[in-house]
Every structure is written in structure tokens, then in C-alpha cells.
Ligand binder design. Structure first.
Ligand SMILES: *Cc1c(COP(=O)(O)O)cnc(C)c1O
Length: 237
């Protein structure tokens, strides 16, 4: 059983890397310019570590409890652990010393708590600001018209360092539509970069998942977050 799963992960890992390389080349970049982060929710650490042994060097969890329960089991000697899900302010202190990057910051309140908890531990935490590019109700992320103001507020905080932007676009029925969201997101990323805001670095643009990472890279993503295409369909039971 595990043996079969390991083989599937090997096959998928290789295939995804080829597709990433293809899209990178098509958009005038190289494979190394794109970070492949595996979204590891519901995946057993044994399977995650197998992917890491193949060369995977970025993983992301999106629930605090799950991250904590798996933390001791990950082989992180050559792998960055990141937080990619919605983060409640009162849970920040549980993960701030365990992750290299928090991708899902969308309020000054959350950024301030990450900063305070980081200062307590004499560290600075890298973050991405999440943008709600599809303007969906009930979805995390800041609207684009509020992004610059939020970035300027966060830039004042001593304990965090903004490294870029992340988004989860709306579910779309066709790739043309999804590409438009990725295009708009990349445009926003470039516009903000060109403003050269103090203490704000725009080096990471995290967008694209299993079904649309190719399109995301074509439009300018330099980090993709891939779960089911690597590990198979999630089993939540
Ligand atoms: C689960 C998850 C992904 C990956 O989703 P797949 O469709 O399985 O590739 C990417 N980003 C976030 C924030 C996630 O929670």
C-alpha cells in the first residue's frame, strides 16, 4: 500500500517538475526560478518525508493543530516549512518559532501579533500578504485597493518582513478566466514592486495549485502550492 503510494508520489513529483520547467521556459525563465511548495494537509509525514527525499524542499500546512501534531515527524534538514492557511491571531504564538514563512497575512492585527511574538523570540518572521483578487465574499485576503495601505502599516512592524504576495483565485470553469486573475495579480505585484516601499520586498508571488499551476507560472508566479497533484486526492476521514 505504502509502496504503491510512494511510487505514485515519485511519478507525480517528476511530472510536476517537468510541467513547471515547461511553463518557466515558456514564460522566459528557468526551472530554478520557480519554487515548488507541496501543500501537505491530510498527508502523513512518512509520505511527506518520501517527497522530501526526492528533492522537495518546501512544504506548507494550513492548520495549526495539524502542523503541531506532525511537526516532530517532518524531516526539515533540507526543507522549509511554511504556513499557508487562514491563521487566527490567538494561534500565532504556537507556530511562530516553527515556520520559515507565513503566507496568509491579510490584516494589521494578525501582522502585529506575528511581529510581537517574533520579537519575544528575538527573531523576524517572513510573511506574504494575501490578496483576495477575485473580490469574493467570505474569503480571506485584502482587496487590491487596500493593499498598499496595509503594506505600509506592516512595514512599520519590527518583527515581520514582507517578502511578497499570495492569492487563491476563485474557482473558474475555464483556464482563460483563471489566467485573467493571475494576470491581474502579477500586475499588482509589479506595480507594488515599482513603488519601492520602505521595508517591503516583492520577491515572492505565490499562486497556482494542482489544477492551474501551469497557467499561474505563465502569468508570472514564482511559487506554486501543489497538493493533490502530488499526493493524490485528499482523504479527510
Ligand atoms: C490545499 C491548498 C493548496 C493545494 O491545493 P491542491 O488543489 O490540492 O493542489 C494550495 N494552497 C492552499 C492555501 C491550500 O490550502
Amino acid at each position: 500500500m505504502t509502496e504503491k503510494l510512494f511510487r505514485d508520489v515519485e511519478y507525480n513529483y517528476k511530472y510536476i517538475n517537468e510541467r513547471i520547467a515547461e511553463a518557466a521556459e515558456k514564460s522566459g525563465r528557468k526551472r530554478e526560478d520557480i519554487t515548488f511548495l507541496a501543500a501537505t494537509k491530510t498527508v502523513d509525514p512518512t509520505v511527506i518525508n518520501h517527497a522530501i527525499s526526492l528533492g522537495l524542499d518546501h512544504i506548507g500546512e494550513n492548520r495549526v493543530q495539524e502542523l503541531l501534531s506532525k511537526y516532530e515527524a517532518y524531516d526539515l534538514s533540507n526543507c522549509s516549512l511554511q504556513f499557508i492557511g487562514h491563521l487566527q491571531t490567538n494561534k500565532v504564538r504556537q507556530i511562530v518559532d516553527k515556520v520559515d514563512l507565513i503566507q496568509s497575512v491579510d490584516s494589521i492585527k494578525l501582522a502585529r501579533e506575528i511581529s510581537n511574538q517574533s520579537i519575544k523570540r528575538a527573531k523576524k518572521t517572513d510573511i506574504l500578504v494575501e490578496v483576495n483578487i477575485g473580490r469574493e465574499e467570505n474569503k480571506s485576503g485584502v482587496f487590491e485597493e487596500n493593499l498598499e495601505e496595509l503594506l505600509c502599516q506592516i512595514a512599520e512592524l519590527e518583527g515581520v518582513s514582507v517578502k511578497g504576495l499570495m492569492t487563491i483565485p476563485p474557482i473558474c470553469e475555464n483556464e482563460h478566466k483563471i489566467s485573467k486573475y493571475f494576470y491581474n495579480m502579477h500586475k499588482l505585484f509589479i506595480d507594488i514592486s515599482e513603488k519601492k516601499l520602505d521595508n517591503v520586498s516583492m520577491s515572492i508571488l505565490s499562486m497556482g495549485m494542482s489544477s492551474d499551476f501551469y497557467e499561474a507560472i505563465i502569468e508570472g508566479a514564482n511559487m506554486v502550492r501543489i497538493g493533490s497533484a502530488l499526493f493524490g486526492a485528499r482523504n479527510y476521514t
